[in-house]
Design a binder for this molecule. Structure first.
Ligand code: ZN
Length: 499
């Protein structure tokens, strides 16, 4: 997850039979190499003093691309929901050129993001209100005789004040060879060990998948009240083989055909430890996470010292999204009326104080839910985006006064991460919401879905950089500007030509 942040590697002799290669002697060491002019496109070239081989380094991002003047329009169309086939038609490029460009934009976005985000270790942030949630994606079947779907899930952290997405991580690793790992597992005794003790514990193996999917009970009830939905989530979690594992494969799903799917709980733990390493100078962390014991465990484990030191707190936030627009408006207007009434009854109070008092009233009437006796607050200030919201503090050590507590509950929201994920669905044709068709025995096929699971992570990374640096919000500013990582909105060309 964090590898993109490492500075680019040093250049040394590429000849594997040469001592300068074996010892990784970098260019710049006196006497090891001689400067040897430039390549046709202007990249520097050197000659190795040991073996005499010449080599160069590609410093020009768009080197060896024909049609690189089309990059900007291809990049813009990519994040404006152009389906791949239309793309190829409109921009008149070959299909393989499209996928090469996709990989190129990805490299550029990651290099650009890394260049800015290395500063996050020292950037002083007073308060971080981080919403953490997940989104599922569908990958179409490649082999016609096996029409099971591949479903992947990404976890993202977006802060509510600046809107910056600090990371979006998919439970998929394209660099692994599933067949090789399966073969090793069959000889190294992994299959007879409990999951956490295995050499390949974080990888989903076909044998495990078959076993897990045959036991699946993927029956979701719909249109529940928020409190029933919260209780159901606790109950379903208790049915899991491993309470922290969110994965529940069904017989209609399969593992990816290349690369490997990673167990959801490992992705969650990785995500929170990644955040801790990325952000080195945060005074107070406030996590607002979706109700899932795996997310809770990962958050509390990674930030255990900060929670004890009282510089971090975590809350479950649960939103009822099944409401119609009319129901949303109704709830919103009701809450507004209650607030206006309270304001009129206390003419001496500032609106913030009235809000605090109303939350304190609710704090006295919380409901206890689930095995861990979590105390849920029915949030008194719904918005149109979060029309019905319940919040539970996961780190209440009994040492905060009522005012402080009320203020933290008031801040609880998933709106930052929610709007990032909405943008993903709205702007990336590869990741639109799949359509269930009744005629297909529960299988799902989406004309726009990717066939290559690696492309899901690729476009998510691209979207993250575009969201953070290029697309301004209603205030005319990008999340990076609000956070202090940029002076103005950037242009697609700033990413394309970044080096
Ligand atoms: Zn050499």
């Amino acid at each position: 997850m964090g590898s993109y942040l490492s500075p680019p590697g040093e250049v040394y002799c590429p000849n594997e039979a040469c001592a300068n290669h074996t010892n990784q002697v970098p260019v710049g060491i006196a006497g090891a190499y001689a400067s040897f002019g430039k390549t046709a496109i202007g990249n520097p070239r050197w000659r190795c003093s040991v073996c005499g081989k010449t080599f160069s380094r590609n410093t020009k991002a768009t080197a060896r691309q024909r049609d690189h003047h089309k990059n900007k329009i291809i990049f813009k169309l990519l994040v404006n929901k152009m389906p791949v086939r239309r793309f190829i038609e409109v921009t008149n490029i070959a299909p393989q050129t499209f996928y090469h460009r996709l990989a190129f934009f990805h490299r550029q976005c990651q290099a650009f993001a890394a260049h800015r985000e290395r500063a996050l270790t020292n950037l002083a942030i007073r308060r971080l209100y981080l919403g953490v949630d997940r989104q599922d994606y569908l990958v179409n079947w490649q082999v016609r005789k096996d029409k099971r779907n591949i479903q992947l899930s990404a976890i993202a952290a977006v802060d509510n004040e600046h809107g910056y997405c600090f990371g979006v991580h998919l439970n998929f690793d394209p660099s692994l060879d599933a067949a090789a790992i399966q073969a090793e597992v069959e000889t190294n005794g992994d299959l007879h060990k409990p999951y956490p003790h295995r050499r390949f514990a974080r990888h989903w193996l076909n044998t495990d998948h078959d076993e897990a999917s045959s036991r699946s009970m993927a029956t979701k009830r719909r249109n529940l009240s928020l409190s029933t939905a919260i209780d159901d989530t606790y109950a379903a979690a208790l049915m899991r083989d491993d309470i922290e594992s969110p994965d529940a494969p069904s017989p209609l799903e399969r593992l990816p055909e290349y690369g490997m799917q990673i167990h959801g709980e490992y992705t969650m733990y990785g995500h929170f430890f990644f955040l801790k390493r990325l952000l080195g100078n945060v005074q107070k962390w406030r996590f607002f996470i979706d109700q899932d014991p795996g997310l809770r465990a990962a958050c509390l484990a990674a930030f255990h010292d900060e929670i004890r030191g009282r510089t971090a707190d975590a809350f479950y936030v649960r939103i009822n999204k099944g409401l119609t627009v009319d129901e949303r408006r109704h709830r919103y207007n009701n809450a507004k009326a209650v607030f206006e009434q309270a304001k009129a009854a206390h003419p001496g109070m500032k609106p913030q104080e009235v809000k605090r008092e109303l939350i304190k009233e609710r704090l006295a009437a919380m409901t206890t839910r689930g095995k861990w006796q979590d105390q849920w607050l029915d949030h008194p200030f719904p918005t149109m985006g979060e029309p019905d919201k319940a919040v539970a503090c996961l780190t209440d050590l009994g040492d905060y006064d009522e005012d402080h507590k009320a203020w933290l509950y008031n801040k609880a929201s998933l709106h930052g991460v929610d709007s990032f994920f909405n943008q993903v669905r709205r702007r990336l044709s590869l990741l639109v919401r799949p359509i269930h068709s009744k005629s297909n025995k529960g299988r799902i096929w989406n004309g726009y879905s990717p066939y290559n699971p690696g492309n899901v992570a690729t476009v998510l990374d691209i979207m993250r950089t575009v969201h953070n640096y290029i697309l301004p919000g209603k205030d005319g500013k990008t999340p990076a500007e609000r956070l202090g990582l940029a002076q103005a909105p950037l242009d697609y060309e700033d990413i394309i030509y970044f080096s």
